[in-house]
Design a protein around this ligand. Structure first.
Ligand code: ADP
Length: 398
């Protein structure tokens, strides 16, 4: 039996899954949060025969190295045995691969230097990912570690799609271009959609709408990403929980001159205090939908701006692809919000898009079609599984 340990390390968190790869089933998963604070929280879930059992503790977790000790202790205490299910490879999510990494890559010292070097493009993510890798190498010294990059799937973007229309030399020198993110999810979901529809991936034009706390759209032509809504950083594009998505860059200059906001404040404003939160005071889509339903005007406006932007990208990608076969909703909002799915694609019947209200409202889990039988474009909900995709890619290179 071959198991893969998948690791996603944030600056103060460590998420993990142990996946048995023959049946592609999760054996255990966990989340260690508030690393570096006085008290950390630890959640370890053991999956056995479809039954989940979750164990929670709180204890101080000094750093990522300590977090791996805590994780291994949770496996020893609650199972499953890491001796019997020893990982053959550890797969790491790394956010930014820049122009260097297009493929899952076995981690060497040189690879780590390169990930570090890309930190200026993802200052919140790459250093944390790297801390996780270093700590994991100490905890699992005898297996290969593989880095799987969020940007990699979008390496197929054309220069027309990835270039910003600014001074070319300045952009090149500072690596300013569109990279795109959520690639692991867009790849997984576009492939799962083709498999679910029983159509060859190479023949399918798909728009994937990954709507979580972060959100991005991706136009996929024959399995290749041809455009995506996030850019140099995960700030561009759709309206998100706390991120603005697209705006006129002159807004920054204006707010700097007029309101005296410095660059760090602007960064915080756009990444942490904008989006649904900025518009309505609520960053969680469930709360926004509920408040809008109860007549809260700000929440309704936040929802409308969110939907307006989403429809805008759907239209743009239909044009870029020259027509579309499937539009797919995924991630927390995409998989769960009946309202967002219905309203974002309302009124598009002339483009061959009609949602069936009953199918859309069904509580069924798993991949499913939500468009009417006579809709020329198939609209689907397909749950994403980034951990499984990382596990598959990691295993494929060792
Ligand atoms: P992340 O980007 O952190 O991985 P997820 O994909 O888990 O996020 O998505 C989290 C988002 O999904 C939250 O904003 C949450 O409000 C939203 N969400 C979850 N369930 C629902 C629901 N039933 N209706 C609307 N939004 C939902």
């Amino acid at each position: 039996m071959s198991a893969v340990l998948v690791v996603n390390s944030g600056s103060s968190s460590l998420k993990y899954q142990l996946i048995e790869m023959e049946g592609e089933s999760v054996l255990a998963s966990g989340l260690i949060e508030r690393i570096g604070e006085q008290t950390g929280s630890v959640k370890h879930t053991v999956t056995a025969g479809g039954d989940d059992e979750t164990f929670r503790t709180t204890e101080p977790v000094a750093d990522h190295t300590a977090a791996f000790r805590v994780m291994i202790a949770a496996f020893e205490q609650h199972g499953p045995s890491l001796q019997e299910n020893a990982p053959v490879v550890v797969g790491h999510r790394v956010v930014h691969g820049g122009k260097r990494f297009f493929e899952p890559t076995v981690v060497t010292d040189l690879v780590k230097i390169n990930i570090e070097d890309l930190s200026d493009l993802a200052p919140l993510h790459n250093p944390a990912n790297l801390d996780g890798i270093t700590a994991a190498q100490k905890a699992f010294p005898n297996v290969p570690h593989v880095a799987v990059f969020d940007t990699a799937f979008h390496s197929t973007l054309s220069p027309a799609a990835f270039s910003y229309a600014i001074d070319a030399e300045l952009a090149e020198k500072n690596r300013v271009r569109r990279y795109g993110f959520h690639g692991t999810s867009h790849k997984f979901v576009s492939e799962a959609t083709a498999a679910f529809l029983g159509r060859p991936l190479g023949d399918l034009k798909t728009i994937v709408l990954h709507l979580g706390n972060g959100a991005s759209a991706c136009a996929v032509d024959g399995g290749r990403s041809v455009d995506t809504s996030m850019g140099l950083t995960p700030l561009e594009g759709l309206v998100m929980g706390t991120r603005s998505g697209d705006l006129d860059p002159a807004v920054l200059v204006h707010l700097h001159r007029k309101a005296g906001l410095g660059f760090d404040e602007l960064d915080t404003l756009l990444n942490r205090r904008s989006g649904l939160l900025g518009l309505s005071g609520r960053g969680d889509m469930r709360d926004v939908v509920e408040a809008a339903g109860a007549g809260d005007d700000r929440a309704e406006l936040a929802l409308e701006v969110y939907l307006h932007r989403l429809k805008h990208y759907v239209g743009a990608y239909i044009a870029e692809l020259g027509g579309v076969d499937a539009i797919v909703f995924t991630a927390g909002v995409g998989e769960n919000s009946v309202v967002v799915r219905e309203r974002s694609l309302a009124g598009l019947e002339r483009l061959g898009i009609s949602i069936d209200p009953e199918r859309n409202a069904s509580a069924e889990r798993g991949a499913r079609v939500i468009s009417t039988d006579d809709s020329a474009v198939t609209v689907l909900v397909v749950p994403t599984n980034e951990e499984l995709e990382i596990a598959r890619q990691s295993l494929s290179v060792v």
